[in-house]
Design a protein around this ligand. Structure first.
Ligand SMILES: Nc1ncnc2c1ncn2[C@@H]1O[C@H](COP(=O)(O)OP(=O)(O)OP(=O)(O)O)[C@@H](O)[C@H]1O
Length: 361
């Protein structure tokens, strides 16, 4: 296991990049802590695979260095990095049995037969294929083959890091949950540094200790699921994490207060910023009201989604979402919204502003 350091890293697929837009991965400095489980989350094309491929050695970055425990591996081939990788689609040997496939990375390293048998047995159970170990891989479903690929990734205990690139895409939804649980267990038992690429927030939030959110070639926030929920550093994080995502209101600031349309909202803290801002409030923290204080709003519809209700409102021509409890009555004469105290974030040019005196809450 290793600490992975990304030093001044950036990548462009163009031979002569000039502007930031020419870079698929914009400049990045970060230490991936030894033994931590990370998810790399973002929508298609944001640069997740580019970053993963630089870490694994499939791609040499156009700028900066990659260090494993302080050793520069920027140009080292994948084989010299001592990592295990699992890709989106299965990589298995059809002519071998499931057992032989799982044993392959260990046999390659000359491990004793007894130890190989022990590990293959354990991983076979983890992927739910203990009854099929002696079947040939040929003829198995794509789903089963991908489980073998995952098993092959998990069978070695001495790797610097385990890298997963959307590994559950072809897996049946029921099995997805099971395999994610197994990956978490593997992480608890062996403490590998794990990097897991996904565009699925549920997968990222349930798997990782820390989620790395990427947007347009840039890492916009690295944080625990709770940090991403409570204090999204960038409006994209607010929008991408959560269902529905964070609401944004155009506003101007005056010390502790924000002016949103004709309404004034107390922010709970003062901000020094001048100029237009956006106030971000998650649907969980929007309260419905009739009369009195608050921002004028018009009820549009209520969606019952099982454990809670999503209330859609119109605020100054923009759709705003609120989450209400399953049993909560939604008065038809709702004409205001208010924000729960302490649940407001303020953004200028999409980046979160820190309140004066720092983040107390
Ligand atoms: N080999 C390549 N040559 C040129 N451009 C590329 C190449 N690979 C990726 N890109 C571009 O770099 C950007 C980032 O792509 P990348 O595959 O890293 O994103 P991603 O977040 O992994 O997306 P996806 O989830 O769709 O794989 C995209 O604009 C993509 O078109």
């Amino acid at each position: 296991m290793a600490t992975i350091t990304l030093d001044n890293l950036a990548h462009s697929y163009l031979p002569d990049p000039k502007t930031p837009e020419d870079f698929a991965l914009k400049e990045l400095n970060h230490d991936w802590a030894d033994g931590e489980a990370y998810a790399l989350l973002g929508s298609s094309g944001c640069g997740k695979s580019t970053l993963l491929n630089i870490i694994s050695g499939l791609l040499i970055p156009s700028q900066g260095r990659v260090l494993f425990d302080g050793r520069d591996v920027t140009t080292a081939p994948t084989a010299d990095r001592n990592i295990a990788q699992v890709f989106q689609f299965p990589v298995v040997y059809d002519t071998m049995t499931v057992r032989e496939n799982l044993a392959f990375p260990l046999r390659n390293r000359g491990m004793e037969a007894e130890e190989i048998a022990r590990r293959v047995g354990r991983v076979g159970t983890m992927i739910g294929m203990e009854a099929e170990l002696d079947r040939k891989a040929r003829g198995l479903t794509a789903d089963a083959k991908q489980k073998i690929s995952l098993g092959r990734g998990m069978v070695r205990e001495d790797v610097n890091a385990l890298l997963f690139d959307e590994p559950l895409t072809v897996i049946d939804p029921h099995m997805k949950w099971e395999l994610r649980t197994q990956l978490k267990k593997l992480h608890r038992d062996f403490g590998h540094t794990m990097i897991y690429v996904t565009h699925d927030q549920t997968e990222a939030l349930t798997f990782a200790d820390k989620v790395v959110v990427m947007y347009d070639g840039r890492v916009v926030q690295i944080g625990t699921p709770q940090e991403l929920f409570e204090r999204p550093a960038h409006t994209f994080v607010g929008y991408f994490i959560g269902s529905p995502g964070m609401n944004l209101f155009d506003a101007t600031l005056d010390g502790r207060q924000a002016r949103i349309g004709d309404a004034t909202v107390d922010l709970g803290a003062a901000f020094r910023h001048r100029g237009p801002v956006q106030v971000g409030v998650r649907p969980e923290f929007i309260r419905l009201a009739t009369g009195g204080e608050g921002i004028p709003a018009r009820l549009r519809r209520v969606e019952d989604v099982g454990r809670h209700k999503i209330v859609r409102l119109n605020v100054g021509g923009t759709e705003v979402s609120a989450i209400a409890d399953e049993g909560e009555a939604i008065p038809a004469d709702t004409d205001r919204i208010r924000f729960a105290p302490g649940a407001v974030n303020v953004y200028a040019d999409a980046w979160r502003l820190t309140p004066e005196g720092g983040d107390a809450r």
